[in-house]
Design a protein around this ligand. Structure first.
Ligand code: NAD
Ligand code: HP7
Length: 311
């Protein structure tokens, strides 16, 4: 049984980490959040200590080590994106492995800095990229790997996941903290695309607004017109009719792959892999962090292949 600590325990995603720690038969010894609405912990680890101040959390972990020989094995990090690197360093300083939510950091150079610290430490840095563990996406990767295709795949990727007004007010709506929607939400599909279709050859941004973005990405093996939105008005009519608020679709050479479902247990699957030392590390995330950094900073262009939603 491994000992875990969790940072960001009161947030939206923390229950999936609590569940994953529990499902993999491990133990939570301490949790931290600035916000004290953490009753959810009773459903998983009622005996875990909880802190609202980092210093007390840190002191507690130190005391467990000195007085009771209880060592920390993993720190799960569910805090806002711009704080990840700091919380990862805390884990490594304690000789623990980090399991950090996506996007691991906002900029490519942050990865280099973490890599240098990881080399000096005993701990490993893992991130959550659960789309790589999604059944439909794995099938797609297998199909592409085995295909004897002449030329590139033509792909339209449409990723709409509606959010209310709160999103803009929260840290998620603040580009300096979340990176904006292409970084905060789109990172999943840029990672998945580069995992399946190879290195990026062209990255054109056609639209970059607070609640939507679109562009064209060319990989070694695919040309991708992409559209990402958190605006419910962008949902296709038939999706709205069914009262659904999420629509994720990839059309590959005209063939539709719907992957809106099957996301719920993927954190547990991610933890299983990490515990086998097969987690996704810094090398694996680099491509997607480079893509989102470019999407944030590239000039918006009028030319090039546009996603059909833009015309
Ligand atoms: P959230 O705002 O709901 O939760 C973040 C929590 O961190 C809050 O409870 C907040 O009080 C706490 N926090 C903020 N600063 C802190 C600090 N300095 N010390 C301790 N706690 C602090 O956000 P969320 O949706 O849970 O997102 C958390 C992370 O998970 C983000 O990195 C996000 O990108 C990622 N996420 C991933 C997925 C996924 O599909 N893998 C889904 C949602 C969120
Ligand atoms: N929801 C909330 O109530 N609060 C939140 O903070 C987020 C969602 P999905 P996930 O928005 O920050 C995706 O779209 O898949 C509600 C991204 N992950 O399925 O869980 C929402 O209104 C993630 O990287 O959300 O998370 C829906 O009702 C990104 O950080 C419901 O939860 C996160 O949005 C489910 O919404 C975000 C993927 O796209 C895989």
């Amino acid at each position: 049984m491994k000992n875990f600590a969790l940072i960001g325990a009161a947030g939206y995603i923390a229950p999936r980490h609590l569940k994953a720690i529990k499902d993999t038969n491990n133990n939570l010894i301490a949790a931290l959040d600035k916000f004290d609405s953490v009753g959810i912990m009773d459903s998983y680890f009622p005996n875990s200590d909880f802190f609202v101040e980092f210093e007390r959390f840190d002191r507690h972990i130190e005391k467990l080590k000195r007085n009771q020989n209880i060592n920390l094995d993993y720190v799960s990090i569910c805090t806002p994106n711009y704080l990840h690197d700091s919380h990862i360093r805390m884990a490594l300083r304690r000789d623990a492995d980090a399991i950090c939510e996506k996007p691991i950091v906002l900029n490519p150079w942050n990865i280099d800095a973490l890599s240098a610290i990881e080399k000096e430490s005993k701990g490993k840095i893992n991130t959550i990229l659960q789309l790589r563990l999604h059944e439909s996406i794995i099938q797609l990767k297998n199909k592409v790997d085995l295909a004897d295709k002449n030329g590139k795949y033509d792909i339209d990727l449409t990723y709409i996941t509606s959010r209310g007004k709160w999103y803009d007010i929260s840290w998620k709506g603040d580009e300096s903290k979340s990176g904006g929607i292409a970084t905060n939400i789109g990172v999943h599909f840029y990672d998945m695309l580069s995992w399946i279709f190879g290195n990026v050859q062209e990255n054109i941004v056609h639209l970059r607004e607070k609640n939507k973005a679109a562009g064209y990405l060319e990989f070694e093996n695919a040309r991708v017109r992409w559209f990402l939105s958190i605006d419910e008005n962008d949902l296709p009519y038939e999706v709205k009719q069914k009262q659904q608020r999420t629509f994720r679709s990839i059309s590959i050479d005209g063939e539709e792959l719907e992957f809106s479902k099957g996301f719920t247990e993927l954190h547990t699957e991610s933890y299983k892999k990490i515990l086998l030392n097969e987690g996704f590390g810094l090398n694996e995330v680099k491509k997607s962090i480079e893509i989102v950094h470019s999407i944030r900073n590239n000039e918006i262009l009028k030319n090039g292949e546009k996603h059909p939603f833009l015309s």
